[in-house]
Design a protein around this ligand. Structure first.
Ligand SMILES: Nc1ncnc2c1ncn2[C@@H]1O[C@H](COP(=O)(O)OP(=O)(O)OP(=O)(O)O)[C@@H](O)[C@H]1O
Length: 309
């Protein structure tokens, strides 16, 4: 892959007797947000901790910008920024002191520290709070500082583990916008078990279930993965539900209101067309016909199930 920033090869990890991650392979290149999706305990944090050099894998290799993380951790980590699930904040520091400390830890050149901190403060929208103690920031702003520490050394690749966990709806929107903003000039790997998060921010999805990669592709591919299987119709002069049941391809009928029905169907385009044609022919007064796409939750359940067999 061109401009590969992360390459994960046959990655496996075992805690005591249990394998948490089995034989994972992927590459990430360019800019934008890649979602690492999985239910709780799927293996996301384990994978991220290994990629960021916090945990040593049992098997396999991780390359960051071509540098093997196991063989050359210091050089590899120069290109990684990491925000773990539990924020690594020192609450008695001011925002600026903390970011300066992080820049030192990240080996930013002494002459560049001030500039790097100023850029991270600005980029993450916390410059006006530079003198405030971390303990006195709201959850949303603490999260912003968490992101700022991950980009203070201007890495090509940033890993964010469940970055909107515990935030209120407004803070979630703001943090998601910030993530999109910082991903315009770097690749971001974002782990979440929230499907709407992926839809709101990611260009690509990797899904892990029970330690194995069960899907890797664009958000569009993920959304299209399963055929639609319900139709919602609104009829001004509806027939009895028993009549709707007799339409070819219709498998179930749920009456939502006196005029609205959800039809379970076989997913065939022809069936939707037939429902429309029958409505016109029988003068049922067709007002609305919507093909409902299966939710990402359904895709999630189906992909997990499919790969367990
Ligand atoms: N330190 C540990 N010791 C033993 N088992 C662990 C340890 N950390 C994680 N596990 C187990 O490994 C598996 C994967 O865990 P991991 O934390 O990577 O999942 P996750 O997808 O990040 O889940 P979550 O969203 O809940 O953080 C789980 O079964 C978990 O119980």
């Amino acid at each position: 892959m061109e401009n590969t920033i992360v390459k994960v090869e046959n990655l496996s990890h075992r805690y005591a007797a249990q394998w948490a991650v089995r034989d994972i392979n992927f590459e990430i290149s360019g800019q934008g947000v890649v979602g690492l999706l999985g239910t709780n305990g799927a293996g996301k944090s384990t994978t991220m901790n290994i990629i960021c050099g916090v945990l040593k894998q049992t098997k396999g290799e991780v390359y960051i910008a071509g540098v093997n993380l196991k063989d050359n951790p210091v050089a590899a980590k120069r290109n990684i920024g990491f925000m773990p699930q539990k924020l690594p904040l020192h609450y008695d520091f001011t925002v600026e002191e903390y970011l300066t400390y992080c820049a030192d830890l990240r080996m930013v050149e002494k002459t560049q520290v001030k500039k790097s901190v100023a850029e991270a403060l600005e980029r993450c929208g916390v410059a006006h709070f530079r003198d405030r103690l971390l303990r006195n920031l709201s959850g949303g702003y603490q999260q912003r500082v968490g992101i700022a520490q991950a980009i203070v050394h201007n890495p090509k690749f940033v890993v964010l583990d469940e970055p909107t966990n515990g935030l209120d709806p407004n803070q979630i929107v703001e943090v998601r916008n910030l993530i999109k903003h910082i991903s315009t000039d770097r690749a971001v790997l974002l782990s979440t078990h929230i499907l709407t998060e992926v839809q709101a921010t990611c260009r690509e999805i990797k899904m892990i279930e029970e330690g194995q990669m069960v899907f890797s592709g664009s958000l569009e591919m993920f959304n299209n993965y399963i055929e639609p299987n319900t139709l919602v119709v609104t009829l001004d002069a509806p027939p009895l539900t028993e009549v709707l049941m007799t339409l070819e391809g219709v498998k179930s009928v749920e009456q939502l209101t006196p005029y609205r029905f959800r039809l379970g169907y076989d997913g065939e385009k022809k069936t939707a067309q037939r429902v429309a044609a029958e409505s016109v022919k029988n003068e049922w007064g067709l007002m609305e016909l919507v093909v409902e796409k299966s939710s990402l939750d359904a895709v999630f359940a189906r992909l997990s199930k499919k790969n367990n067999h």
